[in-house]
Write a protein that binds this ligand. Structure first.
Ligand code: TYM
Length: 331
């Protein structure tokens, strides 16, 4: 059976981008593959969280994984820092990751632009740690959103380079995966870019947002003065609302508003109201479970322990074989 690995950074609440880009695939894949889903708390250290924020954020993601329907009996759910073998493999892979290629990564360039005062080495080697996460379980499928495609290409590069260096077909190639025909990019509500990109509260709809908060954020989304000719191309901020509608609403609803737009009869207030209600509906089953799960610390610690044991077993095997391949031998 093919192995699947994916993770989400522990930076707090999960949003609709995480859900439709990644988690929806996790939930389906857990029944079909050998799945490892983790919480990337090591990756989150690039932004220097305080100890209590770090713990709270990890817990939040764990709770939301479970509330969304990832089943710890079907998939291995674990916290990245519970598997120190990942850090060891990261070290080995770093020896064959080159400054030029790391500096060229789009996500690195974006981070440098956004935070010029915090260009740390962890940020530079972020794709190497991500490669270690994936190939430590010899995964071939990685459910992620469109924004992670380049990181997957780099993971293949690092795995293949290891194989070539040691003349050993050890690591299989991992590929980004989505059940749809292409990887998903969920836009934000601010009219520019993807959901979750900017830190502004209004850009993202979180799985834990109350219906009132969802309505308020959607009603505030940027729109324009309306179409001026029939069938005109939609400007970005309007296309974004339609893209969101495509994922949370029925085809009939989408087509209804699309026709209104094309015939210049659209009223954005009506579109936003419908979009907000469909988002409330889509997130309801998850939202309703969040607080019960968050209050069950015994369950959470059982899940985390079980996941850490299973993930470590697989990681230990890989790292001990890698050490052997590299040439570390005991006397
Ligand atoms: P992160 O934490 O930024 O995002 C987690 C997952 O959510 C997806 N995603 C989106 N998909 C569509 N539209 C959006 N607006 C959107 N925003 C986020 C991401 O594509 C991702 O699948 N580097 C990773 C975490 C990671 C990882 C890994 C993933 C660490 N190691 C190993 C896979 C395998 C990240 O920062 O994702």
């Amino acid at each position: 059976m093919e192995t699947v690995v994916s993770g989400i950074r522990s930076t707090g609440k999960l949003h609709l981008g995480n859900y439709y880009g990644a988690i929806q695939n996790f939930i389906k894949m857990q029944h079909e593959y050998n799945c490892y889903f983790f919480i990337a708390d090591l990756h989150s250290l690039t932004t220097h969280p305080t100890p209590s924020d770090l713990h709270g954020n990890v817990k939040q993601v764990l709770v939301e994984y479970l509330a969304a329907g990832i089943d710890p009996e079907q998939a291995t759910i674990y916290i990245q820092s519970d598997v120190p073998e990942v850090a060891e493999l990261y070290l080995y892979l770093n020896m064959n990751a080159y400054l030029g290629e790391l500096e060229r990564a789009t996500s690195f360039k974006d981070k440098v632009r956004a935070n010029p005062d915090n260009v740390n080495a962890g940020l530079l080697t972020y794709p190497v740690l991500m490669a270690a996460d994936i190939i430590i379980h010899k995964a071939t499928k990685v459910p992620v959103g469109k924004d992670q495609e380049q990181h997957l290409e780099m993971a293949r590069t690092f795995g293949n380079r290891f194989n070539r260096l040691y003349d050993n077909e050890y690591f299989p190639e991992p590929y980004a995966f989505s059940y749809g025909d292409k990887l998903v990019k969920i836009p934000g509500l601010d009219g520019k870019g993807k959901m979750g990109k900017s830190e502004g509260e209004g850009n993202a709809i979180y799985l834990s947002d109350s219906p009132e908060v969802i309505r308020k954020k959607v009603m505030k989304a940027v729109t324009d003065g309306g179409p001026t000719t029939e069938n005109q191309q939609k400007p970005d901020e309007i296309q974004n609302l339609f893209d969101l509608m495509k994922v949370v609403s029925t085809d009939d609803t989408y087509n209804h508003f699309n026709n209104l737009y094309n015939t210049m009869q659209i009223r954005y207030g009506d579109l936003k109201k419908q979009l907000a209600e469909d988002m409330v509906l889509a997130t309801a089953p998850i939202r309703e479970k969040i607080s019960d799960i968050a209050n069950d610390s015994e369950y959470l610690s059982r899940v985390a322990r079980l996941g850490a044991d299973k993930a470590r077993e697989s990681a230990r095997k890989t790292v001990s074989e890698v050490r052997e391949i590299i040439g570390f031998r005991s006397f």
